[in-house]
Design a protein around this ligand. Structure first.
Ligand SMILES: CC(C)(COP(=O)(O)OP(=O)(O)OC[C@H]1O[C@@H](n2cnc3c(N)ncnc32)[C@H](O)[C@@H]1OP(=O)(O)O)[C@@H](O)C(=O)NCCC(=O)NCCS
Length: 141
């Protein structure tokens, strides 16, 4: 039985290991321990893990900025895929964001990640005609 619950401090090592396994090509600025530390300072109640017994098998990290919700780091352990864990994580995110008054959830997927697009389409998400832009704050300028 897989349960979705809010992230707790003692989950850190397992979540870091899961992300390193699922997202091996993350850019250098996404250091997992730093990502987690920042999230614990901002809406930490929107950071979820899926657990089977005491094993972490999935994550989803969401936020609501007052206009849109966003979700990141939706990840399921390869050994536990196609069992509804990803869908359960997204359902929990949606419930939490709706409860906060959020009218729409956005997310980004790498254009090459067809499996993730298929997953989100199954859950009712549509590919929208947008260009994704970003600016990295280096921290010293
Ligand atoms: C995308 C991901 C989170 C899906 O997790 P999951 O637990 O396997 O998903 P679910 O079992 O809840 O799948 C729900 C439905 O989505 C669709 N789906 C899921 N994975 C799919 C795939 N690889 N190909 C096609 N459809 C897929 C199916 O319709 C599935 O229902 P079904 O199994 O009854 O056919 C998981 O594959 C993953 O961690 N991928 C790597 C990380 C990633 O790409 N994250 C998203 C971008 S940040």
């Amino acid at each position: 039985v897989v349960e979705v619950r809010i992230y707790e401090e003692e989950d850190e090592a397992a979540v870091v290991a899961l992300w390193r396994e699922v997202f091996p090509d993350e850019p250098a600025h996404n250091v997992p321990e730093e990502v987690i530390a920042r999230k614990l300072g901002v809406q930490r109640e929107l950071f979820f893990v899926a657990v089977e017994g005491d094993v972490i098998v999935g994550t989803a990290m969401a936020g609501y900025d007052g206009h849109r919700g966003w979700v990141y780091a939706v990840a399921v352990k390869p050994s536990h895929r196609r069992r509804g864990v990803g869908a359960a994580l997204m359902a929990r995110v949606e419930v939490a964001l709706r409860a906060a008054g959020c009218p729409k959830l956005n997310l980004q997927v790498r254009a090459s990640n067809r499996q993730a697009v298929a997953f989100y389409e199954k859950l009712g998400y549509a590919v929208e005609d947008r260009v994704s832009m970003g600016k990295l704050f280096s921290g010293d300028d």
